[in-house]
Each structure stands twice: as C-alpha cells, then as structure tokens.
Design a protein around this ligand. Structure first.
Ligand code: GDP
Ligand code: GDP
Length: 435
C-alpha cells in the first residue's frame, strides 16, 4: 500500500527545505512532480527498500504568511486524514511557541504515527535548545538541520520503521484497474455503470485496506480487480482542499493499480489539473487508457473525435502513445470497449520480448541510424535486453553510453513502440557500458 508522509508546522520552520531534502537529495533515484499545484508540494522519496510519497501540507494552505488557527487546524487535519506518518516540524532558533502547543494538542489525539522534528539544529550547542520541545508531549525530539541534512538519515530510518514491504506480484494476480481523474468527470458513474450490470458478479475482497475499495469483477470474459477510491469522498469547503484531496486520491489509486482509466470531461476538454494527474501516471510507470466521458453532451459532426483526439495528444506529449476512447457513463456507450482496451494495455505492460527478437529487430535499425558520435567519441550499441521489472524497461549495452543524448533515447523508444506495441504504457530505457 502506498505510504504517505506529511510535513506540518508553522510557517518558516523549514518545512519546504525539509521537503526538498527528502525528495531531491538522492537525485538519481528520486523523482519530484512538477506543477502538481501552483508549486510543487508532492514528491517521491526512496529510503532503504521503501519508496514513499512526501507531502508538504504547508504548501496547500492559502495565506500561510498570516497564522490563522483555522488554517493550521485544516493543515493538520489534512495530514491526519491522509498520511501514514506525520512530521511535525518546530524551530529550535525561535523556540517553543503557543502555536506549536496548539498543533501538538491536535496531534496527540490522533492515531497516526507522529515524529516531532526540531529543525535548524545546525550545531551541537543547539541540541540543548531542543529539550524544551519535550514539553509538547509527543515523545522523542528528532534534531535535524534541513539545510545541511544532518540528522535526516536517522529521521528517515524512523519514518520507514513500520512500513510494510510491497507484496510480491505473482503471475496469478489479477490485473488491477483504477479509475482516476478530477472531481465530477464521472468516475463514480462509470464504476456504477460497470458494476450495475449485475451486482452478483461483484465480490468484496476481504482484508482490503480502508482507503480503497477493491472489487473483483468477473463478467463478460473480463476478470480483474477494480480499485475504487472515488467512493470515499471528503466534504471539502474550499478549492484548495478539493485539489489536495483529488491529488491524494489519484496518487493512491494510481499506485495501487497496474492500469488506470484516466477520465476527463468531454465538455471541459483536457485541462491543467488533468495534466497533473496524467503526469503522475506516467511518473509512476502505470498503464493508461484515456476516457473522454460525457460524450453524449457534445454536439458532433463527422470530424469531432479526430479533432478532439488530436488536441489531447498534443496536451499529453511526449507520452502520447495511448488509447483514447469517447464514452458515456450515462448511456453506457463504449463501456465494454473501455474494458477491452484496459486489458490490452495490461498485456502490453506485462509482456516480455525475448532478447533474440529484440536484437534481431533493433540492431539493424541502430545500424541504419546510429547514435551520433560525441566530441570524436564513437558510440556503439552492441545488444539489447528487456529487464525483469514490473513495467517494460530495456537495457542497451554498448561503449560510451554516457554520451547518448535525449533525442536518440526518444528515437529508440519510438522504434520500440513501433515494432513491439507498447501502446498505453510508459517504458524506460537504460544505457549501460560494455567492454
Ligand atoms: P516553511 O515556511 O516551513 O516551508 O520554511 P522554509 O523551508 O521556507 O524555511 C524558512 C527559512 O528557514 C528559510 O530561510 C530557510 O533557509 C531556513 N531554514 C530551513 N532549514 C534550516 C536549517 O536547518 N537551518 C537554518 N539555519 N535555517 C534553515
Ligand atoms: P466523479 O466525481 O468523477 O465520481 O463524478 P460523478 O460520477 O459523481 O459524476 C459527476 C456528474 O456528472 C454527475 O451529475 C453525473 O450524473 C454526471 N455524469 C457522469 N457521467 C456522465 C455522462 O457520461 N454523461 C452525462 N451527461 N453526465 C454524466
């Protein structure tokens, strides 16, 4: 299950500095999502065997320069609702404030794991100043310096202490399909259209987690697990909250699934917020089928779908090799086709191309269009193999691989897509040295 770590605390204690450190220090293996909201408040971190989501909840609060009791309550509540671990950051230079006491009071009552973090402990003398925070009644005070990084390793060890290991994916596992998208695009209606066909074909899986509803769907030749996170909707008062919750819902659903139905509203087109969620699917390397829902509401002429499709492909570049379907959850138009397409994408994501087949097809292509040499260094690719990963990933072995440019990587990706069909799935290419 996805692990979510939320950072809370009053303004200027160093929340975003800590966020940046947790999500960016190990740049090679860590990925941050740009533009999830106005700024970046959501990122991914890896520590030990665990990959987890970090949220700077402070970033979701409007007017956070002025401290309003209600604003902070809201921030803490978001963290309590959505995170597995809460990092409560206080400032050792400023010392204990009434404000910290108010936040601590909220956190003491919650059932989530809370780690108290004293930031700006840039030198040993400041450790002495951290003792006063014991008064908050949240146990141990974890001293760190977000700027230098000292103490953050120990903190991360504690963060992941209770995380469960990802279960092994076995061949017998059913495809896991999620429905994601902005609020009101029609996710629930679509799920009802699917399940409403015959309620008896739906069986609840025992032991499913609280934050997702999983149902086995077995009908009309389809057998998969439907991940439904849309059903548990919070009452949100302001836009900011709606954005926050819908992003968190999407993160969860995407991380739980193999393939996502990514739904947009035909009457609105592909919007900025849609782009953010789409980006999350790509970054998490999940399969995707784009559903343009409420197609019944669109006035059509003979070229409507082609035009519409073109606009979407433009908006989702560079990962635009994906199926796009025009459906109506209301009239059930093309619902069956949607399921068929999700299964096809699932197959594309799980298939394995043999090394001999890869080399037979790709090496002549590379010979015809070799990577351009760089500063007199000749780059030669000698063989290719698919890596044993949960999504399609390929290693290209050769000499001087470090000089291969992004444009050539993209060329290879396109060739793989044209020759082997990875429609709907992000793929990854690694270059490796070979003597
Ligand atoms: P936020 O409002 O809680 O997100 O706080 P910021 O991350 O924006 O940090 C507020 C200020 O504290 C900035 O000027 C940071 O450079 C500074 N700061 C953050 N972490 C540290 C630290 O470990 N030591 C020191 N001395 N300053 C820090
Ligand atoms: P969710 O928030 O994404 O789960 O969206 P809902 O399923 O709650 O749908 C939001 C609104 O759009 C509701 O009023 C639905 O009746 C309506 N709706 C959903 N799908 C369709 C559709 O295919 N056509 C039309 N005309 N309305 C739809």
């Amino acid at each position: 299950m996805p692990n979510i770590v939320a950072i809370v605390g009053r303004p200027n204690v160093g929340k975003s500095t800590l966020f940046n450190r947790l999500t960016e220090t190990r740049a090679a293996i860590v990925d941050s999502v740009a533009g999830v909201t106005r700024d970046r408040h959501y990122g991914k971190a890896i520590w030990g065997k665990h990959e987890f989501t970090v949220i700077d909840t402070g970033g979701y609060i409007t007017g956070s320069d002025d401290i309003f009791e209600s604003e902070i309550r809201k921030q803490v509540q978001l963290a309590i609702d959505e995170a597995n671990v809460i990092l409560f950051v206080v400032d050792v230079i400023d010392g204990l404030s009434d404000f910290d006491k108010a936040v601590a009071q909220l956190l003491r009552k919650c059932k989530k794991k809370v780690l108290l973090v004293a930031n700006k402990v840039d030198n040993h003398e400041r450790i002495n100043n951290s003792y006063e925070f014991f008064e908050l009644g949240l146990g141990e005070v974890n001293c760190i310096s977000a700027v230098s990084g000292s103490g953050t390793g120990d903190l991360l060890d504690k963060v992941i202490e209770d995380f469960q290991e990802e279960p092994e994916v076995t061949d017998e596992s059913l495809p896991r399909i999620a429905v994601v998208g902005k609020p009101n695009v029609g996710k629930s209606s679509f799920i009802n259209a699917l399940l409403g066909v015959d309620r008896n074909i739906v069986t609840d899986i025992s032991g499913t987690t609280r934050d997702s509803i999983e149902t086995n769907y077995n009908s009309y030749g389809f057998n998969f697990t439907l991940i439904d996170t849309a059903g548990i909707r919070k009452k949100a008062k302001v836009d900011e909250d709606i954005e926050f919750y819908s992003v968190i819902r999407s993160i969860r659903a995407i991380e739980y699934s193999d393939v996502s139905f990514f739904m947009i509203d035909a009457t609105e087109g592909f919007q900025k917020q849609d782009q953010n969620i789409y980006y999350l699917i790509e970054k998490n390397k999940r399969g995707v089928v784009i559903l343009v829902n409420k197609w019944d509401l669109v006035e059509k002429d003979h070229k409507s779908t082609a035009d519409y499709e073109k606009k979407i492909r433009e908006a989702i570049k560079p990962f635009d090799d994906v199926p796009i379907l025009f459906i109506s959850a209301l009239t059930k138009q093309r619902i069956h086709k949607a399921l068929e397409t999700a299964m096809y994408v699932y197959q594309n994501r799980t298939k394995h191309i043999s090394t001999s087949q890869l080399n037979e097809i790709m090496l002549p292509i590379i010979e015809n269009t070799p990577p351009p040499s760089y500063k007199g260094k000749v780059i030669k690719i000698k063989y290719i193999t698919q890596l044993p990963m949960h999504y399609p990933a390929f290693a290209f072995f050769g000499n001087n691989p470090q000089y291969i440019k992004e444009a050539y990587r993209r060329f290879l990706e396109n060739q793989l897509r044209q020759n082997f069909d990875f429609c709907g799935v992000p793929i990854r290419i690694f270059f490796r040295g070979k003597d």
